[in-house]
Design a protein around this ligand. Structure first.
Ligand code: BGC
Length: 783
């Protein structure tokens, strides 16, 4: 294919090349039939395929004259009338939901189903998955993303891309990177330390790249002062240079402000079509502002993707939407998280005498998806109330709305709910956040659920103590009411089959097995980025650095409401026999960790097992522990399985900006295996020896105490001073070291107090340059 592409490129004019590097409309790249170049069709998003109907389709199908701009359809939410401007497709649970399954096979199977729908709709490239770190739950698009942790984010995204691409549909990792809030998202500067970038915000992308996604989408924001769409350091030096990415980079829609800078930075495709710009790149080549070789490389990346898409075309004439609805149902059943289950109130008995009140209007009008470019027009919708009735029988179930669809309640509504709650044995209470809370384009206004929903919980809890809350929200909420209810089932944005999945869980047909991929806090003030988030004057400073999510709560000893990795089951699991392949090792060896998990309860269930590493004291501060591996294990009652995980260099390393590298310090590393970040069941340590010699750069203002930590550098330094006559050989000893160590000023400013002879700053600097070279430091580094 390469030769073919080169040959096609040789026949293209500069203008054609420029046009190829921009969409031909909102969703297609430009085709050139005369050159045999096909168009690539793109579509959002992670939880389904979103095809916007054309004007003709809207007229033919809906009988109305209408057209929407890209901006119109990007602000829609599930209840917008214009949802019908979108072609129906299966609406799967949100990213925040499916990640909570911690099940990479499940995620791949969802993606495979999405891919089939893509083929059916002749889509080549899906604009997902989105895997930005869920830094703060107030971020409007967090519901699309996977986790506060890069290992979970990266593994889930990798599984998603694998599922898509195995079916011949390209995946797009987005939004690269640090688009962690929606407020002024195209002009906000995310100000992030290099270490936090490497360990938290880039790490998930780096991991997901193992799946070789066809595309990566640059994000809207600026990062440390540079527009991401134009950021060469990230789009080329790191993405392609360090990580070896060979696919295409596409801009986020209208995210490019300076096309030439973006091209030089490595942004191949500008989306969507921009009537002001079609020949901007060819003009730039002619004006000597853009090398033609750069434009050729951009075209090469686009053409490679376009031909790959053609090779993978499949004619799919029919989609079994019933089957896909089932996949959406299973997806939620595996993902929803049982947060509380006092007195084993769940699963509900199927008992003819038991009267159930279903309360909360969400039970009939489900809040099943977030808004924005992730919005899907579902093929059908399961209604939780109806599904509950199917299990319990119509005569056993009563209903009270409690609040209306605009989340308003009234004395009458509350009175009705209270009266009915009094006569029922158990209340299934549907509460959550307002429609449009989880949406692209704006951040959340509150972390709690709706006021009227809280009021309903409080009123009902006065007359009935058997409350089971079903919670609809895309991202974490606070729950000051949690102690008033017996059970809480977190269903996130549950997708179109949520209703039946919820009923299956409530009545025990399915055993819940999801666990949280973010921490739920008790109050908004506990959030690491509170109150700064989302910044001011379009500057969002990531003050918490590497301490994101559980890394922060643990080091600050803040008790979360529900910790990262937490979730209950209808059965229980025991962990046993942790074995490490060695007790001591070099940092270049791998460690095999094995342990057993047993289902010690009465029903079949799945357990998400988690492995964390707690480091020793290192040169730089580190989180108390970090997740490094996980697995989901299915076990029948009494069944026991062995789980094997391997750890290698990067699992023990931290990123040290001083060395611009990943470092493993020597010491004892604790291997922790457990049910959640807060429930560690097994623990053993391994002694790791660092094999790499590393030296901190010595600068003219390095203080002596710092220098003396490096014996090699210290000896060379004293030799130099003796050679220059600044000291006599016999002066060099412990005493001098002690005196020098007391100086809090740098090397050169300390010398006049002790020196026997003058030495110039230039001479010392020259020596340091040589020394740094000898120590293996890059001579290009600033002094
Ligand atoms: C969103 C992207 C999306 C694109 C196309 C943008 O506004 O940020 O996630 O893929 O629109 O819909």
């Amino acid at each position: 294919m390469k030769k073919n592409i080169d040959e096609i490129l040789s026949r293209m004019t500069l203008e054609q090349k420029s046009e190829l590097c921009m969409g031909q409309d909102s969703w297609y790249t430009k085709d050139f039939p005369e050159l045999g170049i096909p168009a690539v069709r793109m579509s959002d998003g992670t939880n389904g395929v979103r095809i916007i109907r054309t004007r003709e389709e809207i007229k033919r199908i809906l009988g109305i004259e209408a057209e929407s701009t890209f901006f119109d359809v990007t602000v829609l939410s599930q209840n917008s009338e214009k949802i019908n401007y979108i072609d129906p497709a299966t609406c799967y649970p949100s990213g925040s939901a499916i990640a909570s399954s911690w099940d990479t096979n499940l995620v791949s199977s969802i993606a495979a189903a999405v891919a089939k729908e893509c083929h059916y709709k002749q889509v080549d490239l899906l604009l997902g998955p989105g895997l930005n770190i869920r830094r703060n739950p107030m971020a409007g698009r967090s519901f699309e993303y996977f986790s506060e942790d890069p290992v979970v984010s990266g593994e889930i995204a990798k599984a998603y891309v694998t599922g898509l691409q195995n079916e011949g549909i390209g995946g797009t990792l987005k939004h690269f990177t640090c688009n962690n809030s929606e407020t002024l998202r195209t002009k906000t500067d995310s100000v992030v330390e290099e270490r936090a970038l490497r360990e938290i915000y880039l790490a998930g992308f780096e991991r997901a790249l193992q799946a070789k996604p066809w595309a990566v989408m640059s994000s809207y924001n600026l990062l440390n002062g540079v527009q991401m769409a134009e950021n060469k350091e990230y789009l080329t030096d790191i993405l392609r240079g360090e990580w070896g990415y060979e696919g295409m980079v596409v801009s986020d829609w209208w995210g490019i402000k300076d096309r030439i800078k973006a091209a030089i930075a490595g942004n191949d495709l500008e989306m969507p079509y921009n009537a002001f710009n079609p020949h901007i790149l060819s003009d730039a080549v002619r004006a000597g502002e853009l090398p033609e070789a750069t434009l050729d490389q951009m075209c090469h990346n686009i053409l490679t993707l376009a031909f790959k898409a053609v090779e993978n075309h499949k004619v799919v004439e029919h989609i079994d939407y019933e089957k896909h609805h089932e996949i959406a149902r299973v997806a939620l059943e595996e993902s929803c998280v049982l947060l509380k289950n006092t007195d084993h109130i769940l699963p509900l008995r199927r008992d003819e005498k038991q009267r159930i009140l279903v309360a909360g209007s969400i039970a009939k009008n489900m809040r099943y998806q977030g808004g924005g470019c992730a919005l899907i027009n579902p093929t059908r919708l399961d209604v939780p109330y109806d599904e509950i009735v199917k299990f319990a029988g119509e005569n056993q179930v009563d209903y009270s709305a409690g609040y209306d669809d605009a989340d308003q309640t009234s004395p009458e509504m509350l009175k009705d709910a209270i009266a009915k709650a009094k006569t029922c044995d158990v209340v299934i209470l549907f509460v959550g956040v307002a429609v449009s809370t989880d949406i692209e384009g704006c951040d959340r206004k509150r972390l709690d659920i709706e006021e009227s929903h809280i009021q309903l919980i409080e009123e009902i809890s006065r007359v009935n103590s058997n409350i089971i809350v079903v919670l609809s929200n895309g991202e974490a909420v606070t729950m000051p009411w949690a102690n008033k209810v017996k059970a809480i089932l977190e269903i996130f944005m549950c997708g179109q089959a949520g209703g039946s999945a919820i009923a299956n869980i409530l009545f025990g047909k399915t055993n819940p097995s999801g666990k949280l991929t973010v921490t739920f806090v008790e109050k908004i003030e506990d959030l690491p980025s509170y109150p700064e988030f989302p910044g001011e004057n379009a500057r969002n400073v990531y003050n918490e650095g590497i301490y994101v999510g559980y890394r922060y709560y643990e080091i600050k000893k803040i008790k979360p409401l529900y910790p990262f990795g937490y979730g209950l089951s209808y059965t229980d699991f025991a962990y046993r026999n942790l074995h490490l392949s060695q007790a001591e090792m070099d940092d270049n060896q791998t460690l095999t960790v094995s342990f057993e998990v047993e289902n010690i309860g009465a029903v079949e269930g799945k357990e998400v097992v988690q492995l964390y590493v707690a480091p020793p004291i290192c040169r730089l501060r580190r989180p108390l522990k970090e997740l490094k591996s996980f697995a989901k294990v299915n076990l029948k009652p009494g069944e026991r399985k062995q789980v094997v995980m391997t750890l290698s260099y990067r699992d023990f390393a931290y990123y040290d900006p001083e060395f611009r590298d990943w470092i493993v310090d020597s010491g004892n590393y604790q291997i922790l295996v457990g049910k959640s970040s807060q429930e560690i069941c097994l623990e053993k340590s391994v002694l790791i020896s660092s094999t790499k010699e590393r030296h901190v750069r010595v600068r003219i203002d390095t203080v002596h105490a710092e220098l003396f930590q490096d014996e090699k550098a210290t000896l060379a330094y004293f030799d130099f001073l003796v050679e220059k006559g600044v000291f006599n050989l016999e002066d060099i000893g412990d005493e001098l070291r002690t005196s020098f160590s007391q100086s809090f000023v740098g090397i050169y400013n300390t010398l006049p107090t002790y020196a026997k002879q003058f030495i110039s700053k230039d001479e010392v600097q020259k020596f340091l340059d040589g020394l740094n070279k000898q120590l293996g430091r890059d001579p290009q580094e600033a002094n």
